[in-house]
Design a binder for this molecule. Structure first.
Ligand SMILES: C[S@@+](CC[C@H](N)C(=O)[O-])C[C@H]1O[C@@H](n2cnc3c(N)ncnc32)[C@H](O)[C@@H]1O
Length: 452
């Protein structure tokens, strides 16, 4: 799938999407330092551009005809670390929506802080995207469930032309790992810089970088790492110590065990505890902050999902930390990118909420009949390759065009149509109950139901 990225920073999101199989056509950012870092690490297609200037950028993007536009507009105005006044930075979320609405790719993906979901600017941007015909799924994710050892909570909005809202929510939830990734998972042997694949002959090597393709996996490749394996000396110090310090943004805990995810990486995450924290540590700290292992900038970069081969280019350390803290961790982008590609290829279909059965039951259906309706709706969705339609008439017409549908008995066809009608009524009612942000931006958007 051909992608254009807006507000691309140093390229965390692009890197992750490319690893999922996307083709990144061009990336735009106003900060020359970030663009240089992108071009040196991801590929030479990032350009410096002010995305407020729609007249300069939109014609350029239209020519590229991307199938997806993605990006993480600046978040300082919504961020819990900022002062939450919506100003110029927040307007860039609207610029993102205006560019998507004009170019109208099949898909878009936008990342921001959780606070963005309830903002007046997002309500305005969302209305633009709805008017342009997108079905929208708003996902509140925790990055530690999508491949990085970091409790980074973010809003990931995914849209596709013509879909019903929440069309991808169940697949995003299903892609989350059951357990959060911990620092030990990253710095320990399992996800270390080197992977042990016992060689079949002495002439071959046994240790492979985790950033290159593995050798052919054979039965005997699946072996525990030998006791003699030595982790990188920097990582070994952290593993041995067992605790790291992360400067808390608010009055949070500063000391973390390596058996838990790291808090959200910020520009100051790597700093040693100062006198202020040491004189008033958090009561729940499991170890004195002064005794914790120090995190290097390289390690902060890895906690944020940048691979070991990634190189940072700037004489200013603050710039490097800013680029690291800004990024969408590449593994998160990879995981969500795969969710998108799977749906695009018809490999997944939206789950139908258990609430549908209760709703049917309340409308007088027996339990068995309600189950049959739900099964028929699921079958119809799978026939459509997981595609939903905001417009019921189109949804039924799409079904009727399928050769498999035409070959069905008349009674089965009518069951499938009726199941779609009922499901559309149920999902529309549920959607209206859950979200009324367009008319009244002050009203909070209801929480995303994890297992919709
Ligand atoms: C949250 S960061 C995005 C990080 C990126 N998604 C990644 O994975 O590394 C926001 C980016 O927006 C850029 N930016 C801010 N104002 C801009 C503008 N007017 N036009 C283009 N980019 C802008 C910043 O330089 C910053 O790199």
């Amino acid at each position: 799938m051909r992608v254009v990225e807006l507000f691309s920073g140093a390229g965390g999101m692009s890197l992750g999407l490319r690893q999922a199989g996307f083709d990144i056509l061009r990336a735009y950012d106003a900060w020359p330092v970030a663009v240089e870092n992108y071009n040196r690490n991801v590929g030479d297609h990032a350009v410096v551009a002010d995305l407020k200037d729609l007249l300069s950028t939109v014609p350029d993007i239209l020519k590229l005809a991307p199938e997806m536009i993605c990006g993480g507009p600046p978040c300082q105005d919504y961020s819990s670390a900022g002062n939450r006044t919506e100003a110029n930075n927040a307007r860039l979320t609207l610029a993102f929506a205006l560019i998507v609405a004009t170019v109208r790719p099949q898909w878009f993906m936008m990342e921001n802080v959780i606070g963005c979901a309830k903002s007046a600017t997002w309500a305005e941007a969302r209305a633009v995207l709805k008017r342009a015909g997108y079905g929208i799924t708003e996902n509140r994710i925790n990055a530690s469930r999508y491949g990085v050892p970091q409790s980074r909570r973010r809003l990931l909005v995914i849209g596709r032309i013509g879909e019903r809202d929440d069309f991808l929510a169940s697949s995003v939830a299903a892609a989350a790992s059951a357990h959060p990734m911990t620092l030990r998972d990253l710095f320990g042997a399992t996800v270390s810089a080197a992977i042990y694949f016992p060689a079949t002959s002495e002439a071959r090597r046994s240790v492979w970088s985790s950033d290159e393709p593995a050798p052919t996996i054979r039965e005997r490749s699946i072996r525990p790492i030998p006791a003699s394996y030595q982790p990188h000396p920097d990582d070994a110090a952290i593993i041995q110590n067992g605790f790291v310090y992360s400067r808390p943004v608010r009055a949070g805990r500063g000391v973390r065990s390596i058996d838990e995810p790291f808090p959200t990486v910020t520009r100051t995450s790597w700093e040693r505890p100062g006198p202020k924290y040491l004189s008033a540590p958090h009561p729940a700290d499991p170890l004195a902050a002064s005794e914790t292992a120090a995190l290097s900038i390289a390690q902060a970069s890895r906690i944020q999902g940048f691979p070991t081969w990634w190189t940072w280019h700037s004489s200013n350390q603050r710039d490097i930390l800013q680029m690291i803290a800004n990024a969408v961790p590449a593994p998160v982008a990879t995981a969500l990118g795969r969710v998108i590609l799977d749906r695009e290829a018809g490999r997944t279909a939206p789950a139908i909420s258990g609430g549908f059965l209760q709703w049917l039951h309340k409308r007088g259906r027996s339990k068995a009949s309600a189950r049959n309706v739900k099964a028929s709706a699921g079958r119809a969705r799978r026939l459509l390759g997981g595609r939903t339609f905001d417009n019921l008439a189109l949804e039924i017409a799409a079904l009727e065009c399928l050769p498999e549908f035409r070959e069905m008995r008349k009674a089965t066809q009518s069951d499938l149509r009726q199941a779609f009608r009922l499901l559309a009524e149920y999902e529309t009612n549920r959607g209206q109950r859950r979200k009324r942000p367009l008319q009244n931006p002050e009203q909070p958007i209801a929480r995303f139901e994890e297992a919709a």
